[in-house]
Write a protein that binds this ligand. Sequence first.
Ligand code: ADP
Ligand code: MG
Ligand code: ZN
Length: 191
Amino acid sequence: MTPNFILKKQGWIEVICGCMFSGKTEELIRRVRTALIAKQKVQLFNSRLDTRYGIGSIISHNQNKVDALCVKNSAEILPLVKKDTQVVAIDEANFFDKGIVAVCDTLANQGKRVIVAGLDTDYRAEPFEQMAALLAKAEFVTKNHAVCTKCGNPAAFSQRITKDTKRIIVGTTDAYQARCRRCYRKPKEDK
Ligand code: ADP
Ligand code: MG
Ligand code: ZN
């Protein structure tokens, strides 16, 4: 998947999207590990909102783990990226503000490979705006699927199983299930 233009110090954006449990974080970690094996300088970022597994690392649902810098918002990222960093990986872009789009663009324009993972849609199956923009701007896009917890078909929807109506509720199997189109039930509007 890594294109030839890595040799020409060309930057680009690659997005890994999909619903909850679709293996976005696992895929991000796999790409980061590959870059590290190639002895590239890699920096990872995560949002402070993602407190599921503790601060200072990115951890997938199956406990795969790499160290990451946890930042409050997108503005904190650029000043932390070192000049000689070749690969910047950002997990849970859906937790970030809209500024994350310009941050990814700037890094790619600086010649860095930007790997960004996140939910493409929220619990109501509506697009996260910053992810929609990133998907449109990216050179490479991967959409992962989970397994529908009801019927076993490929799942693209994140069903919230609590009654919360806030758009962002940080949770794992306590709060969400992966569902296919047939088994997904759209909750009522936010109040
Ligand atoms: P994401 O970042 O997309 O939420 P992760 O990469 O953290 O996903 O975790 C993916 C892992 O979640 C899978 O490898 C599997 O072990 C686990 N998992 C739990 N429930 C499901 C499901 N319904 N479908 C697929 N994987 C699941
Ligand atoms: Mg994840
Ligand atoms: Zn289903």
